[in-house]
Design a protein around this ligand. Structure first.
Ligand code: C5P
Length: 205
């Protein structure tokens, strides 16, 4: 069984994808990490994420960074959102994601274009969303707990800028696949969002 989980930043898609993977005992790939690793590699090499050449070259080196804790920070997220708009970068990362999805037994992948591009034949597709204010509140509280100095307004502005870039780019923009099931987590606890996600996947089995 292949499960595709897509949605904007801080919608809860990562938590839901991990919980689904644990529930169905399937391997899980957070595809955002691949783009974050490419973005961070460009920054480390002193390049410009907006340069298609710098970003494409970074794809060869990004694997070394996959466990780097800096990938969780806003700098890597913002660089990821810029490098991910280059078609050449998306192409370079595609085989790896498709190979992961094609494992015998199946897999859970989360990202922006899993249901639309990477695994259009997935058995179950979820599109997870929440209002930008609620997503910013969640992300802000996470950062405060991690001891990162920031403000709510800054986090909200970052999230809105990332939403805009991710949904208006020409290459594989963020959008709900026609056959994806919508899960709005705005007013749900993590526990209810997970139970609802399992119920939705069950409805497609
Ligand atoms: O999900 P996460 O916030 O880690 O993703 C970082 C960025 O990587 C996103 O803002 C998006 O631009 C890009 N991304 C993508 N396609 C994916 C996963 C992430 O374009 N499948």
């Amino acid at each position: 069984m292949i499960i595709a989980v897509d949605g904007p930043a801080a919608s809860g898609k990562g938590t839901i994808a991990r919980a689904l993977a644990a529930h169905y005992k399937l391997p899980h790939l957070d595809t955002g990490l691949l783009y974050r690793a490419v973005g961070q590699t460009v920054l480390d090499r002193g390049g410009d994420p907006a340069s298609a050449l710098d970003a494409f070259e970074a794809c060869d080196f990004a694997d070394a960074l996959l466990a780097d804790p800096r990938l969780k920070l806003a700098a890597a997220g913002n660089a990821a959102s810029v490098v991910s708009a280059h078609g050449s970068v998306r192409q370079a990362l595609m085989d790896r994601q498709r190979a992961f999805a094609a494992q015998p037994g199946g897999a859970v992948l989360d990202g922006r274009d899993i249901g639309t591009v990477i695994a259009p034949d997935a058995d179950a597709k979820l599109f997870v969303r929440a209002t930008s204010a609620i997503r910013a509140r969640r992300r802000y509280e996470e950062l405060v707990r991690a001891g990162v100095a920031t403000s709510f307004d800054r986090v909200l502005a970052d999230i809105k800028a990332r939403d805009l870039r991710d949904s208006t780019r020409a290459a594989a923009p963020l959008r709900q696949a026609e056959d994806a099931m919508l899960l709005d987590t705005s007013y749900m606890s993590i526990e209810s969002a997970i139970s609802r996600a399992i119920a939705l996947v069950e409805s497609r089995r």
